[in-house]
Write a protein that binds this ligand. Structure first.
Ligand code: MF3
Ligand code: CO
Ligand code: CO
Length: 248
């Protein structure tokens, strides 16, 4: 699970590019814009950088980005439905560049959103930051989920169990698994040179999910909204280096 210096250097470049593409995609979010139009923005932004959009063709996934609206937890497939004022949408960008992947996502408001949705988004963003702060060499991976679950539940929210963070590098999804709730089985000890994602999915109500018949789209079982943020990071001697954070 520890990456070579060459892979780490390539991941800094791919991570930065993924962050740029996510920012470009987020800037395209607006009432009336379809998720297919956002998919086209992501596809073009990847190609422009000499990168490949990792989702495209991944286990048969049909598009270049995941667009998860309102009650969609993750892996929503872009389509021709226009986004509406007051909705929230997660854009999950992964690209392949220089032989490695960079994976990052964020939840964006569509126009004006209500206070409850704003709070869900800010608590979820904070959950990711607290997860990153829990990254320390010598500590078990389970520390990350403990930090995230504590903050989510203090705010009355649920933590999705079915989808987890993952090792990433030359492969898109590699060991270890990074649960976002406390899981005593997550005993892998963090070591400098490991690279993985943290990507908490936080729900307004129950954390249980239902899968659509498309085999990808995961929605909350109770139909309430859910948000997610994701970074790819490197374990260092001190803690974590976030590879998908834009400078400034
Ligand atoms: N980017 C997602 C993740 O964070 C995976 C998307 S796989 C896809 O792991 F096929 F749905 F694109
Ligand atoms: Co990921
Ligand atoms: Co992702």
């Amino acid at each position: 699970m520890v990456r070579s210096a060459e892979v780490i250097e390539a991941m800094r470049i791919a991570g930065r590019a993924a962050a740029e593409v996510l920012a470009e995609a987020g800037a395209a979010v607006s009432p009336g814009v379809t998720t297919d139009e956002i998919d086209a923005v992501v596809h073009a932004a990847c190609i422009e950088r000499g990168a490949y959009p990792s989702p495209l063709g991944y286990h048969g996934y049909p598009k270049s980005v995941c667009t998860s609206v309102n009650e969609v937890i993750c892996h929503g497939i872009p389509d021709n439905r226009p986004l509406a004022d007051g909705e929230i949408v997660n854009l999950d960008v992964t690209l392949y560049m220089g032989g490695v992947h960079g994976d990052t996502n964020a939840t964006f408001p569509v126009g004006q959103i209500d206070e409850r949705s704003q709070n869900l988004i800010s608590v979820t963003r904070r959950c990711l930051e607290l997860g990153i702060e829990a990254v320390k060499p010598g500590r078990p991976i389970s520390d990350i989920g403990r930090a995230i679950q504590t903050h989510a539940e203090e705010n009355g929210y649920g933590v999705v169990r079915a989808f987890v963070g993952h090792g990433i590098g030359r492969g898109f999804h590699t060991p270890p698994s990074v649960p976002h709730y406390f899981d005593s089985r997550a005993t892998t000890v963090m070591e400098p040179g490991m690279t993985f994602t943290i990507e908490p999915m936080i729900t307004m109500g129950d954390w249980r999910h239902v899968m659509w018949e498309d085999g990808w789209t995961a929605v909350t079982a109770d139909g309430r909204r859910t948000a997610q943020f994701e970074h790819t990071l490197l374990v260092t001697e001190e803690g974590a280096e976030v590879l998908t954070r834009l400078p400034g």
